[in-house]
Structures are given as C-alpha cells and as structure tokens.
Write a protein that binds this ligand. Structure first.
Ligand code: Q9C
Ligand code: ZN
Length: 342
C-alpha cells in the first residue's frame, strides 16, 4: 500500500490546549505523524510519496466557503492584534446567542468558526492544514486510479471539523472532503467508517441529510465522552439521509470483545450499502494506553481491524485521524494497514 505524507505538518507545532483548567502542551503533536512514518518504513509497507497540490475549492464542496477562507487569515490577524503564542477562541455562539451573524475581530471570529478551544493556530498551522488536505486528496486519487487501498498520513486530523467549524484538533475534514471528491469523480455511493475513539461529529454533520454518503461511527458514548454534544445511537440521518448515519456509542472501558462486535455490525451495514468506495477515518486512540481516551484495545487488535475492513473487498482510502499514545501510535496505526494487506 502506498502512503502519502508531507513534512509540512511540522509547522503545526508547539500548540497548547486546556485540560482541567490548565494550559498544557497539546496532545496532538508533530511526533505523532513521524512515529507513523517511521513504522511505515520499518515494516516496508510500500512507497511513501509526497502529495500534489490540490485546489482548496475541493474542500469548499463540504465546508462553507467563508469558513475555509477564514482559516489562512487566523494567524496574520492574531499577530496584527499584537499577540503571539497560540491562537485560541474563548467564546462561542451557543443556545440563545446569534450564530447567524459573523462578528468582527479575531477573538469573535475564532469563536464563530469553532465549537471548542481545541483547534489552535500557530504560524505554520494553515500550511499544515492545506498539506493535510492535499495528502488526503492525493491518496484518494490513487484509489480512484485503481489502487486497492491508499494511506493518507494526514496531520492535522479532520473528523471533528464540520461545514463551518473547527474543533478537537481538526480544521478541514480531510475524510469528508475526499468522500465528496469521489462523488464528484463519479462515485454513486461512498461509505465512511470512522473508528477513531471520538465521535466524528463533523463528518456526521456534513453528510447528515445525504443518502449518497453513508456515515458509520464507532466511539465513546457522548453522554460521558468528548465531543459530548453529538454521536448518540438515535441520530440516524434526516430527509434523504434518513438511515444513512449509524452510530455505535460504547461505554468507557470497552474492550475488543464489545468493540469488534460493533465493527462487525458496522461492516455489515457498509456491505449492505454496497458503496463504490470506502473511506476509513482511522484513529488509534481506542488503545488501552491512550492518555486522553478510555477504551482498552490492545496492539494485537489493530491488525484484526484492518483484516475485517479488507474483507469488505472495497477500494479503500484510509485517512489518519487521532491517537495520542505517541510511542505506540506507529505500531498500532500501521498494524491496521498490515492487517488490511494480509
Ligand atoms: N483538552 C481527535 O482524536 N479533548 N480529536 C479535549 C480537553 C479533545 C480528539 C480535552 C479530544 C479531541 C481527532
Ligand atoms: Zn479521537
């Protein structure tokens, strides 16, 4: 399997996040992508190729144009306002406030275009966001050209980003944009299988009223787990999308036994849908030693995930999302890929 990777992710570095009322180094850090890249090399998974540049108009097929246009302006506006460090929002248009009027100034607009303080900007962030999207679309191109599968080593990740908001380390929804790109290239049906520990709220929101993109999510129950405000089992899609969104929320402490049963059900749902292509949002934050997550998958489980997904027999684009046990992220993520190839 070919891997698409860009060193431009390195510019998105030194970010901070809020944990229990304190500002700490962000768990989403550059070494994540480097551990994965090293492991791809170590197991000789296949060639590692640079992405091609793709028009950002592709992302605007799933995101609001004004949101995408805002992203490259954040850091310049932040610096112009006399700040340094990390650009981060602190106020949001929740219930009872005007979410329909875009205010002025960097603080107001950061809040307007996000749902939490978890998608932060430094000088190189926009370039990394753009390169991550280029990685996803380039890898999609390999699958479109006939490869059985391709690995988009995206960083930053994407599945929490919705049509007009960033959050949860995510800015552009790489998997959603790639899925839409397949539709625009002629696919009649695309399925997205999201196995990240966290619910892919952005992906769900983007395709919620569509029947041409099936979205299946396995994740921590939002009653107790981030992102808290989406991802329940009764969210099944709306209008033409009714029945085309499937959520499998699971409790803290979930092990392979329960998780793999949900994977089996999710894969059957995908198979019934008979898509032209499958996009996998691959997070390995389901790992027992993940520092911010509470499932208990083991390293030996990840190849089994890949094997089950491969059994679907579909052209498959695998897009990297989360996973924060940095020293094990390479072994676990690439374990899925080698399992897929067995
Ligand atoms: N800092 C992905 O796995 N955690 N995003 C918030 C307070 C947010 C995870 C805890 C986790 C986001 C792509
Ligand atoms: Zn996650």
């Amino acid at each position: 399997m070919k891997t698409i990777y860009s060193p431009r992710h390195h510019g998105h570095a030194g970010n901070v996040e809020l944990v229990a009322g304190a500002v700490v180094p962000a768990f989403e850090m550059p070494s994540r992508a480097e551990y994965i890249r090293s492991r791809v090399e170590a197991v000789k998974l296949g060639p590692i190729l640079a992405p091609n540049e793709h028009d950002i108009a592709i992302a605007k097929r799933v995101h609001r144009a004004d949101f995408i246009d805002f992203l490259p302006t954040v850091w310049p506006l932040w610096v112009e306002s006399g700040r340094d460090g990390t650009a981060m929002p602190y106020t949001w248009p929740t219930r009872g406030l005007r979410g329909d009027v875009r205010p002025q100034g960097i603080d107001a607009q950061l809040g307007y275009y996000s749902f939490d303080a978890g998608a932060t900007f430094v000088a190189g962030t926009w370039d990394a966001i753009k390169s991550s999207h280029d990685v996803a679309i380039t890898a999609a191109g390999l699958v479109k050209a006939g490869e059985r599968a391709a690995f988009a080593l995206c960083r930053p990740p994407g599945h929490h980003a919705g049509a007009a908001f960033a959050g949860g380390y995510c800015f552009i929804n790489n998997a959603a944009s790639a899925a839409q790109w397949f539709v625009d290239q002629g696919a009649k049906r695309v399925a997205i299988l999201d196995v990240d520990y966290h619910h892919g709220n952005g992906t769900q929101e983007i395709f919620y009223r569509r029947g041409d993109v099936l979205v299946v999510n396995l994740h921590g129950d939002p009653m107790v787990e981030y992102p808290f405000f989406l991802g329940h089992a009764d969210e099944r899609g709306e209008g033409p999308g009714e029945g085309f969104n499937v959520n499998y929320p699971m409790p803290w402490g979930t092990t392979w036994e329960t998780w793999s049963a949900a994977l089996e059900e999710g894969c059957r749902r995908v198979a019934d849908y008979a898509p032209d292509v499958l996009v996998v949002s691959l997070g390995v934050d389901t790992f027992e030693k993940d520092p911010i997550s509470k499932f208990r998958l083991k390293t030996e489980d990840y190849p089994k995930i890949g094997r089950r997904i491969a059994q679907l027999g579909l052209p498959t684009l695998i897009v990297m999302e989360g996973g924060y046990a940095v020293e094990e992220i390479g072994v676990n993520a690439v374990g899925v890929l080698t399992g897929f190839e067995e």
